[in-house]
Design a protein around this ligand. Structure first.
Ligand code: UDP
Ligand code: MG
Length: 160
């Protein structure tokens, strides 16, 4: 009883993961989704989407003053992206580890960027940097009704 109670008090977080246009163009969508799926997180939202300049700018608003900002917006709007919402205990930090360092040449082998990319400006995937930003970004990229609440049958085999 007590362990169940403690487990149920654990914070379930959401993160926004996005395959960037280079990842879509290079045919890496399945590979990238697969990494999160195999890890054991729960997919709650998924769509292929061509985003506007306005949405890209809002998503990256904290980087507005950076010299690379205009190029970043061009990159993110250069083709369709795959938008994903993933849920789980510790999902935000774990997803960042699965993704690897911002510069793919510094990213560890075994991470998505470490295995699949060579340059910061083409680093194939985005992941939220905090639970707060996870919520913010999911609300920004998904409309109401596009995120599903469901119970995977494998749940009891992933967490005791
Ligand atoms: N970026 C870039 N040049 C830089 C730093 C960042 O083009 O010097 C791009 C890159 O696509 C990166 C994104 O801007 O993924 C967001 O930057 P951030 O520092 O938030 O890195 P992330 O959280 O994606 O690892
Ligand atoms: Mg970031």
């Amino acid at each position: 009883f007590l362990p169940h109670l403690i487990a149920s008090l654990e914070q379930v977080d959401q993160t926004y993961i996005m395959v960037k246009p280079d990842g879509v163009q290079r045919g890496l969508v399945g590979e990238i989704i697969s990494r999160f799926e195999k890890k054991g997180f729960k997919l709650t939202g998924l769509k292929l989407f061509q985003c506007s300049k306005e949405l890209a700018e809002e998503h990256y608003k904290d980087l507005k003053q950076k010299s690379f900002f205009p190029k970043l917006i061009d990159y993110i709007t250069s083709g369709p992206v795959v938008c994903m919402a993933w849920e789980g205990v510790g999902v935000v930090a774990s997803a960042r580890k699965l993704i690897g360092a911002t510069d793919p040449l510094q990213a560890e082998p075994g991470t998505i960027r470490g295995d699949l990319a060579v340059q910061t400006g083409r680093n194939v995937v985005h992941g939220s940097d905090s639970p707060e930003n996870g919520k913010r970004e999911i609300a920004l990229w998904f409309k109401e009704g596009e995120v599903c609440d469901w119970t995977p049958v494998q749940s009891p085999w992933l967490r005791e």
